[in-house]
Design a protein around this ligand. Structure first.
Ligand SMILES: *[C@@H]1O[C@H](CO)[C@@H](O)[C@H](O)[C@H]1NC(C)=O
Ligand SMILES: *[C@@H]1O[C@H](CO)[C@@H](O)[C@H](O)[C@H]1NC(C)=O
Ligand SMILES: *[C@@H]1O[C@H](CO)[C@@H](O)[C@H](O)[C@H]1NC(C)=O
Ligand SMILES: *[C@@H]1O[C@H](CO)[C@@H](O)[C@H](O)[C@H]1NC(C)=O
Length: 314
């Protein structure tokens, strides 16, 4: 049976342009997270990643985009979740209703975390995980915790905004692409960001996290005590958080026909604050997640989740 969801996914596969934070933006989110890692997590990462990444989750964060069509086409839909919402009138996301056939970002954060947990347990027993699946699970977790913070990765409408045609500074593009990269590039004047080291713009976001200077306090960002033993729970909370922005701003403030860069609504300026906070949340959650996994599984002194959050937000 060829369901309409599968058909939609098929058309999407053919028609979709790039649709994920731009690849180097994923790298930057990874480099930001590195600032908040415990030594135990840093060691775990260095032992699990293939040598070419030199122990850096920033460098490894783009891998998932490169394998999406080949050699791992089954991972194509893992970068998003198609909430059956109707923005801007109605947003809402439920994992059991919305995770599309073939898997979604919420499910895969959980699935790949489970694989990674076993890999880390093997490290603790001094078994070196030579299996590629361990490095791949880590690379997927790193990438997907970034993706789930991008609001338009959590909404079904028009394939996450990919088929909403918009103008940005006079150029034809689509709403998804505007959120992935156009706003960031235009506002910062940087294009592209480096894929091998942190850019000063992102170093500045790191210090804003440390000083707790975002509109919502960092202490509320984990939404789930970073408890990796609760299956899809944490990833679902992160997806719901992103999905609310789809109604509040992505579509809520969008005016059809108005240029999103030059228009009087100043859409891009307002969205930038949200995009910065979402990228910061992605980095903060990613570090906390890897810290929790490494410290609870690797036999070092156990650090409570509460303390983890405090340590990384200081
Ligand atoms: C690899 O990482 C180490 C430790 O972080 C650093 O000192 C070294 O310069 C890095 N090497 C390369 C080639 O990036
Ligand atoms: C994810 O994990 C669940 C539970 O272990 C399993 O049933 C499912 O097949 C996995 N899905 C994918 C796409 O890996
Ligand atoms: C917008 O377009 C104008 C005219 O093509 C160009 O000069 C300007 O640099 C563009 N601005 C941005 C932020 O891309
Ligand atoms: C925007 O307006 C055009 C022309 O009126 C219309 O064809 C299109 O469906 C509208 N797009 C959205 C997303 O409402």
């Amino acid at each position: 049976m060829f369901s309409s969801i599968k058909l939609a996914a098929f058309i999407f596969t053919l028609a979709a342009p790039v649709q994920s934070w731009q690849t180097e933006v994923h790298c930057q989110i990874g480099f930001m997270a590195e600032h908040f890692l415990h030594e135990t997590a840093t060691n775990m990462i260095a032992r699990i990643l293939e040598p070419q990444y030199n122990g850096s989750i920033g460098r490894a964060a783009g891998w998932a985009d490169g394998v999406r069509r080949t050699p791992h086409p089954y991972s194509y839909g893992w970068h998003y979740i198609s909430a059956r919402d109707n923005p801007p009138d109605d947003c809402g996301l439920y994992y059991h209703r919305d995770c599309q056939a073939g898997g979604c970002v919420v499910q895969q954060i959980s699935n790949q975390t489970n694989i990674l947990k076993q890999c880390i347990a093997d490290l603790g027993d001094n078994k070196y995980p030579t299996e590629l699946k361990c490095s791949e699970a880590l690379k997927w977790v790193v990438h997907f915790i970034g993706d789930v913070a991008q609001p338009l990765h959590t909404s079904e409408r028009s394939y996450g905004g990919n088929s909403i045609k918009v103008k940005f500074n006079g150029t034809d593009t689509n709403l998804h692409s505007v959120w992935d990269k156009e706003i960031l590039y235009a506002e910062t004047g940087v294009n592209p960001f480096p894929a091998d080291e942190i850019h000063p713009y992102f170093t500045n976001l790191v210090s804003r996290i440390v000083k707790d200077e975002f509109r919502s306090p960092t202490s509320g960002w984990s939404l789930c005590d970073l408890d990796a033993n609760r299956g899809t729970y944490c990833a679902e909370q992160w997806a719901k958080d992103s999905n609310s922005i789809v109604c509040d701003y992505a579509y809520g403030r969008y005016v059809n026909g108005s240029d999103l860069w030059t228009g009087p609504e100043k859409y891009a300026d307002g969205a930038l604050h949200i995009i910065e906070e979402q990228m910061a949340k992605g980095a903060f959650r990613l570090a906390g997640w890897l810290n929790a996994l490494a410290t609870s599984t690797m036999g070092s002194a156990h650090v409570s989740n509460q303390r983890l959050v405090k340590q990384i937000s200081r």
